[in-house]
Write a protein that binds this ligand. Structure first.
Ligand code: ZN
Ligand code: ZN
Length: 146
């Protein structure tokens, strides 16, 4: 079963199914963020798939947003608590929780953000490019979101 990502609309939902949405990923490359906010929010590193402005929410009765910083906000299900997406406040560039999708198709895990925030207790075996918090902020200031 091979599903093509990059031009195909994929379905996703929270754990309880109250929040359902779909999105077309920008590419096939997923990221993980080890910053402290993502750790606390996702009970682990936050695995994300950039989906740009393609997110279409089908049922948003239980969708809530938490303003986690001056620039960022996080969408979650207020019924079951699932973490669903991170985006810049006031913009529609969605970084969707990779594991909220029904089917990951050919996605590869390629980049780790805030590697300096990762606890020593675990380490991924994937070959990834690892960026420190400082390097991530440098990317942001060039207009690239995570
Ligand atoms: Zn839910
Ligand atoms: Zn983070």
């Amino acid at each position: 079963m091979e599903s093509v990502i990059g031009d195909k609309r994929l379905k996703a939902q929270c754990m309880c199914g109250s929040v359902r949405f779909s999105a077309v990923p920008v590419g096939r490359e997923a990221t993980a963020c080890h910053c402290k906010m993502c750790q606390r929010w996702s009970a682990g590193p936050f695995f994300a798939l950039p989906c740009g402005e393609s997110v279409v929410i089908e049922d948003e009765v239980d969708l809530s947003f938490y303003r986690s910083s001056q620039w960022g906000e996080r969408g979650f299900c207020s019924n079951c608590g699932s973490s669903l997406f991170w985006k810049l406040h006031g913009r529609k560039d969605y970084n969707v929780s990779l594991l909220a999708f029904d089917d990951l198709g050919g996605v590869r895990f390629t980049t780790e953000y805030f590697i300096d925030g990762k606890p020593d207790a675990y380490e991924f075996a994937n070959e990834t490019s690892k960026l420190t918090g400082e390097q991530v902020f440098a990317l942001f200031s060039q207009g690239q979101d995570h």
